[in-house]
Design a protein around this ligand. Structure first.
Ligand SMILES: NC(=O)c1ccc[n+]([C@@H]2O[C@H](COP(=O)([O-])OP(=O)(O)OC[C@H]3O[C@@H](n4cnc5c(N)ncnc54)[C@H](OP(=O)(O)O)[C@@H]3O)[C@@H](O)[C@H]2O)c1
Length: 334
């Protein structure tokens, strides 16, 4: 298997393991032979449901459910005992909720990340991959700001990190994930109401959960420590996404849309790699790797690129037909 050498016989801790990312990660790990997988999160109910969901699969014998909060250093330290790999996914990620309660996101996304770093160093964890978002790039909302600082904390050199490799991955919207717009659109379609869109021109990067996990594995394999990995992904206009979704659900083209106005903290377009970051990034076939600024010798490095930012407005946009095909493949509409 593609990533056996880095996953088999390892003890893996997933913070935020009961979320959309954690579920998909466990599914993807089914084909490998991890020694055990620790699912770390706060809510006992979500843990119970996840335990139940996987109980008939052999992987269930390898799952350990740990209740805990990343804000609590002692708990994350205890959870990290003998761990080889941490996937740090626990976060507050909803833009409107974090706009209203920014300090809660400071505690989870920033202090929580610091606790993960400190515990990983203390426990000599081999690899940590933290999940970040396009909203961390030139952030305009509190959620993005806390995730930008999370990246800085994960990648900083202020603790001796000799035995641990720290990397981040960044991606855009995972539309099948918890908190996505799809459930809202479903209820609007059920009531025969127009689909709400904040702005006509809004574009977003789109990624499947499977692609997100593949990016995490890729960073685990190729990371030397200190990089942010970005997968090249298509983007789409939100209007096209809504029209494609409605057409699949109702069979009607040009389903009515309602433009409700941009929300606090929302951008029209998102950026995955800023122009400034491009100066210390390397472009591969399917990825950008953002190195630490000081690690690139700008005058000699062959792969250094100097072109414009990688944003959802200046990348390939999926057409309505392509969006429909993708949704069908992912069974988003069932
Ligand atoms: N979904 C997307 O579109 C998207 C896009 C880009 C990046 N990301 C990033 O991907 C990561 C995973 O996202 P997701 O979609 O899986 O989110 P999710 O479905 O909302 O899951 C979040 C997980 O974090 C846990 N959690 C929240 N606060 C916690 C805390 N203080 N301590 C411990 N666990 C905590 C939650 O469980 P409890 O509430 O029970 O603790 C849950 O297991 C996040 O870091 C997010 O920023 C997501």
């Amino acid at each position: 298997m593609k990533y056996s050498s880095i996953l088999d016989n390892h003890i893996i801790l997933i913070t935020g393991g009961t979320g959309s990312f954690g579920h998909q990660m466990v599914k993807e790990l089914m084909v490998y032979k991890p020694k055990s997988i620790r699912i770390f999160s706060r809510d006992e109910d979500k843990q119970y449901l996840m335990q139940d969901e996987f109980k008939s699969h052999p992987i269930s014998k390898k799952l350990d459910f740990l209740i805990g909060d990343v804000r609590d250093y002692d708990r994350i330290y205890a959870a990290s005992k003998d761990v080889d790999i941490i996937f740090h996914a626990a976060a507050l990620k909803q833009v409107p909720a974090v706009e209203s309660h920014p300090y809660e996101a400071v505690k989870t996304n920033i202090f929580g990340a610091y606790n993960v770093v400190k515990a990983s160093v203390a426990r000599k964890v081999k690899n940590v991959v933290a999940i970040s978002t396009d909203k961390a790039v030139k952030p305009v909302n509190a959620m993005g700001m806390t995730k930008a600082l999370q990246e800085k904390i994960i990648l900083s050199d202020d603790l001796t990190k000799d035995s641990t490799k720290f990397c981040c991955v960044r991606y855009g919207n995972v539309l099948g994930s918890r908190g996505s717009v799809i459930p809202l659109w479903n209820s609007k379609i059920d009531k025969k109401q127009p689909l709400p869109i904040t702005h006509k021109e809004m574009t977003r990067f789109l990624l499947t959960l499977s692609e997100a996990i593949d990016l995490v594995f890729y960073s685990l394999k190729h990371g030397k420590g200190g990089e942010i990995f970005v997968k090249k992904a298509p983007a789409a206009k939100m209007t096209d996404l809504a029209l494609a979704y409605a057409e699949l659900k109702t069979g009607k083209k040009n389903y009515p849309l309602e433009f409700i106005g941009i929300r606090a903290g929302e951008k029209i377009d998102e950026i995955l790699v800023s122009e400034e970051e491009m100066r210390h990034s390397i472009e591969r076939k399917d990825h950008f790797v953002i190195n630490k600024e000081e690690k690139i010798d700008r005058f000699s490095a062959k792969n250094v690129i100097t072109h414009e930012q990688y944003g959802s407005s200046n990348t390939k946009h999926l057409t309505i037909d392509e969006l429909k095909q993708t949704m069908k493949k992912l069974q988003w509409t069932t």
